[in-house]
Design a protein around this ligand. Sequence first.
Ligand code: FAD
Ligand code: SF4
Length: 564
Amino acid sequence: MTRPLQAKTYDVCIVGSGAGGGMTAHVLTAAGADVIMLEAGPMWDNSKDSAMFKWPYESPRRGASTHERQFGEFGANLGGWSLDGEPYTSAPGERFDWFRSRMLGGRTNHWGRISLRFGPDDFQRKTIDGLGDNWPITYDDVAPYYDRVDRLIGVFGSKEGLPNHPDGIFQPPPRPRCYELLIKKAADKLKITCIPSRLSILTQPIGDRPHCHYCGQCDRGCATNSNFTSPNVLIFPAMKTGKLTLKTGAMVREVTTGANGLADGVVYIDKSTGREERVRARVVVLAASACESARLLLNSRSSRFPLGLANSSGVVGKYLTDTTGTDVGGFIPALMDGVHHNEDGVGGMHLYMPWWLDNKKLDFPRGYHIEMGGGRHLPGYGVLGGIQRFPPGGGYGKQLKDDYRRYYGSTVGFSGRGEQIPNENCYCEIDPDTVDQWGIPVLRFHWKWSDYEYKQVKHMQETFRAIIAEMGGTPFSPMPPAERGYGISNGGQIIHELGTVRMGNNPSTSALNAHCQAHDVKNLFVTDGGPFVSQADKNPTWTILALAWRTSDYIVEQRKAGAL
Ligand SMILES: Cc1cc2nc3c(=O)[nH]c(=O)nc-3n(C[C@H](O)[C@H](O)[C@H](O)COP(=O)(O)OP(=O)(O)OC[C@H]3O[C@@H](n4cnc5c(N)ncnc54)[C@H](O)[C@@H]3O)c2cc1C
Ligand code: SF4
């Protein structure tokens, strides 16, 4: 039973507390709006909940993942590929893996913090190669917001002046580690651009956030607040304004509308009581992650909006994309028998390889970047599992212990992260036959990579193998054949799902306008990855943050003008 509307009307109700929700709360509360944020997961505060200072041997389960923490017992992540009582389905014979966080801050607690701007070309791809669609905005529209995000949150990197990889307002990058220098040497030989990475980890303090002390444990959550999470940098400061009411354990079911067709609030399930509650607000902002926001809109049906809210175009759920990905690891004899030293650094790579080629000379459109791993970090459980793959490999007793010391740090790994072209076979919709534990209809996914992506991933595999060969090493496995898609990741597996509530100038082909405002419902906005018109060869979160800031500024202006 749904309880009556609460008497209070908030200026804004935000659904979700990840990158998009956190930034929206930060900007709107700073502008004086009275905001309520509803988050399905529990409270998470790194200053109390982080396992950053623990030794691996303190883990009772030897670091293994649990159902609740699928990236390991010490990881700062609640949620994962499956959630109890919250299923999703895929069309027969198809597969999409949907990663969902359920905690304050969503996936920003345990993301990789690779913080890249989209480039000017990324907003206008159709003009360049005729595929997909252009965004209704350009890089110049977003650039001032990237600048603000850089300054507020902090990101390190180097000024390179590369085309379509815009420089930001960078803090100094950490120096490369030994294995990274060797990779760079090989990359230089192969004429692959290899530069300092761009991560939102402080190498200089900002306000009361100290610089990183290089423990390499970002995925456990940073107890000193030296990297970016939505709670630490956006939500907790917003709460200090006294303008943010935070309700955790609140699973939103739908957006409600009044007789005038405008959104008037949301209905949510209070997980602590199991009861449905209603919140009233003048503006509703969805930031529940791209697919979850699409689900909310599709589930907000009424006689006035029979296809769901903001969906007169029928595009909600469509144009779903993920980043392409594949990995290759290898053994590098030159890194064997290394001098013992501490290579911890920040909790991520110190170098990376942005897209460096011209598609006109290739058999696939769009590009990818290369992420790298390796080195002598704090050894965790399972370290050097698979030692039998190293020559002479394996054994017992002293021989085995000596081999562990010999081979530790002698492997490298490369991961490609590339741009998918939106296609009509990739989308989500409401499954008519399945509901979650609260009776809310769930999403059903449809997924097919196209030849563009397979060819791109083949190129990744060949490139990574060429780098390993140039380093004098050997890959651990042969190249996956065409029948296995050259080792392409499953849809969703790279956890960069975007584009289910896309923006555009034409209300019949897009759900949102250029300000991420619903064409059909002027007081409804989306500030997660849903509005994206296309992927890029960059990770998306820095753009989610910049767009969320831009949208929030627009909400502030419109409220001042009395239009909302
Ligand atoms: C392991 C990992 C590594 C990653 N690395 C990178 C990287 O290096 N660089 C990069 O750019 N991106 C990376 N990402 C992706 C990045 O985390 C996401 O792009 C980003 O967090 C998306 O922000 P969001 O606000 O859209 O959603 P989320 O961060 O997912 O937050 C959504 C929130 O909404 C809540 N919610 C959902 N449904 C409801 C509901 N019905 N009612 C109430 N609340 C709800 C969820 O509980 C969640 O807290 C990574 C992700 C993972 C998991
Ligand atoms: S590496 Fe730096 S930012 Fe990451 S957890 Fe350690 S101190 Fe914090």
